[in-house]
Design a binder for this molecule. Structure first.
Ligand code: PAF
Length: 294
């Protein structure tokens, strides 16, 4: 496993693989890797001959008052994890390597970025689409892997690839959770012990929303109101949004009468956490726990 710092080095390596007729998977990350990232690497290693993991805290996707400066970083740990899961390269560029002086081209998207995180974080998806496009141009992978925890990001990337005729298969992988249900996230490390307990409200509230749907409720206003009420009872939690949107357009709906995404962003103390469920996964799962929640 190699750590490469420059675009030229990555291109050279990928060219050599291509000359041997090998396929290439890309796992874009911002580092501080956990089991969620590991599951993406596992999927890429399973599907492709070679796997590149990008490890780059992308300044362009952070707003002025967000956590760019404090975002956790640990390249040594990341290297161990990538190696253990069979990845071949970590691409870990400096910001200047990705954004040269005078950089002024961006990839932006309308409609799908108007709700959810796109509404709360106005520059976020422009930064994500731009950096992911650059990574696609650098690595030219056959497939790229994204977690379903960032459900809007996954929808945006799929849409971008279709709109811009990028010849890359986008694979969405299931959310990986801690034993008690909290979705794995690099930002969980910001939580104090008390906040870590409070953060479970996201998972419990999603399960409650699932329970309502499983029991026949289809009215979005009723479901989201009940979910918000539950979160409001947790003193350390502050709601950014709890919404149900059409899975294709990411626009709000009033009835759950089509494939939909139920997504939330909630501050626990100063830490903003996101989580979600896809209604299609809910209909397909026979999880008996859905019946237990009151
Ligand atoms: O999901 C992330 O970690 C980032 O948004 C991504 C896709 C690596 C782009 O910086």
């Amino acid at each position: 496993m190699k750590i490469l710092k420059t675009i030229a080095e990555v291109r050279e390596q990928v060219k050599a693989w291509r000359a041997e007729g090998l396929t290439v998977g890309l796992v874009p990350t911002m580092g501080y890797l956990h089991e969620g990232h590991a599951s993406l690497i596992d999927a890429s290693v399973r599907d492709n001959d070679r796997t590149v993991v990008s490890d780059f805290v992308n300044p362009m996707q952070f707003g002025p008052n967000e956590d760019l400066a404090t975002y956790p970083r640990d390249l040594e740990h990341d290297a161990q994890l990538v190696e253990a899961h069979g990845g071949d390269i970590i691409f870990n560029p400096e910001p200047e390597e990705m954004y040269h002086k005078g950089f002024s081209s961006f990839v932006d998207m309308t409609v799908l970025t108007e709700e959810l995180c796109g509404l709360s974080r106005p520059v976020h998806f422009r930064g994500v689409c731009t950096v992911v496009s650059k990574l696609f141009n650098i690595v030219k992978p056959d497939r790229a892997y994204f977690g379903k925890k960032d459900a809007q990001q996954l929808a945006v990337i799929k849409h971008m690839v279709r709109d811009l005729d990028m010849d890359i298969e986008i694979i969405g992988c299931p959310i990986i959770r801690e034993e008690d249900g909290l979705a794995k996230s690099s930002r969980n490390t910001y939580l104090s012990e008390e906040e870590r307990k409070a953060a479970l409200i996201l998972f419990h509230t999603l399960r409650y929303g699932e329970f309502m749907l499983k029991n026949g409720e289809r009215n979005v206003a009723k479901i989201t109101a009940a979910m918000k009420e539950k979160i409001a009872a947790e003193p350390l939690a502050k709601i950014d949004y709890v919404k149900i949107v059409d899975l294709d357009t990411m626009q709000q709906i009033t009835e759950v009468d089509r494939p939909a995404l139920c997504a939330m962003a909630v501050y626990i103390g100063k830490t903003r956490l996101i989580d979600n469920f896809f209604t299609e996964d809910l209909w397909n799962s026979a999880d008996p726990k859905n019946k237990e929640i009151k």
